[in-house]
Design a protein. Structure first.
Length: 291
């Protein structure tokens, strides 16, 4: 009889322990994200690569699996709209990416802005002292070989630059390339103090690495400053409530973003540079990722 009583008591105790463990498990997961795999859609702009690798590291520290898919900007928007992409860190609105927004706004979700006050335009070295406006460029056609060096075709910056040539009646060729190739051309020209004109945007580490300036745009072809927002697919907030909260807390200024991009550029490695920046700015990133 005593053995039966002891067995019954042991069964009750074990049941209570298991129940408590299960309750703790449920409390631990409460408010968390059931899904743990995330697909980012990114393009090849320096700040996009920088913040995407930063978030990949931060999210993997929290147990998520993050895939970064590098695509043309149009493909990023399409992927989010079709729910093939969970999140895109960068949408320049209300001006630069307006064509994409007009096309996809019913099928994507715009999150909060994480950077305020962007810029777009044509930049030249500051030693080109007599070139201060886009209206000056035709006078420098010979010195510039009739070329403005750009980035990937089809981007908003390149489309606006094509429009700019028409608006200012500039007899120039807009040379499509990649960001890396364009900046290599800039570095070579500046090392030899030769004239050069390039498409440029900020935020960008080039403004701290090179002594360059925007040309004035009196016709405002490039529009007024944008803010940078993140985009998600529909249903993202229900699947990833914690990530949504963290991204809404995310905010960076010129110094913070510029230092991240510069570390990555100096390291020659997005992952290594981003890891170093995170360790140097742990208080900042912790303030975004409140539990």
């Amino acid at each position: 009889m005593k053995k039966k009583w002891m067995f019954a008591l042991l069964t009750i105790v074990l049941g209570l322990i298991l129940g408590a463990c299960q309750g703790a498990k449920e409390d631990e997961n409460k408010g968390g994200d059931e899904k743990k795999e995330l697909k980012f859609g990114i393009n090849a702009w320096a700040e996009n690569i920088a913040v995407s690798n930063m978030w990949k590291i931060l999210l993997e520290e929290k147990g998520y699996e993050v895939e970064l898919k590098e695509l043309e900007k149009a493909a990023v928007w399409t992927g989010v709209a079709q729910k093939d992409i969970d999140i895109a860190p960068e949408a320049w609105l209300p001006f630069t990416d307006a064509p994409f927004w007009d096309q996809y706004k019913d099928n994507v979700v715009k999150g909060d802005a994480w950077y305020k006050g962007t810029g777009l335009g044509i930049a030249v070295p500051k030693y080109m002292e007599n070139v201060n406006s886009l209206e000056d460029l035709n006078k420098w056609k010979e010195e510039l070989n009739g070329k403005i060096y750009g980035i990937e075709p089809g981007t908003s910056l390149m489309n606006l630059s094509e429009k700019m040539l028409e608006e200012y009646q500039l007899e120039y060729e807009l040379v499509p390339s990649s960001e890396a190739a364009m900046l290599s051309q800039l570095k070579e020209s500046m090392n030899n103090e030769k004239p050069i004109a390039i498409t440029m945007w900020n935020p960008h580490w080039a403004f701290s690495a090179f002594d360059i300036k925007y040309l004035e745009d009196p016709k405002e072809v490039y529009g007024k400053p944008d803010d940078i927002f993140y985009l998600t697919r529909k249903g993202f907030e229900e699947d990833f409530p914690k990530v949504k909260e963290w991204f809404d807390n995310w905010d960076m200024n010129d110094d913070q973003l510029g230092s991240l991009m510069k570390l990555i550029e100096d390291a020659g490695d997005p992952v290594g540079g981003a890891k170093q920046w995170i360790e140097e700015n742990r208080d900042l990133v912790d303030s975004w990722m409140t539990e």
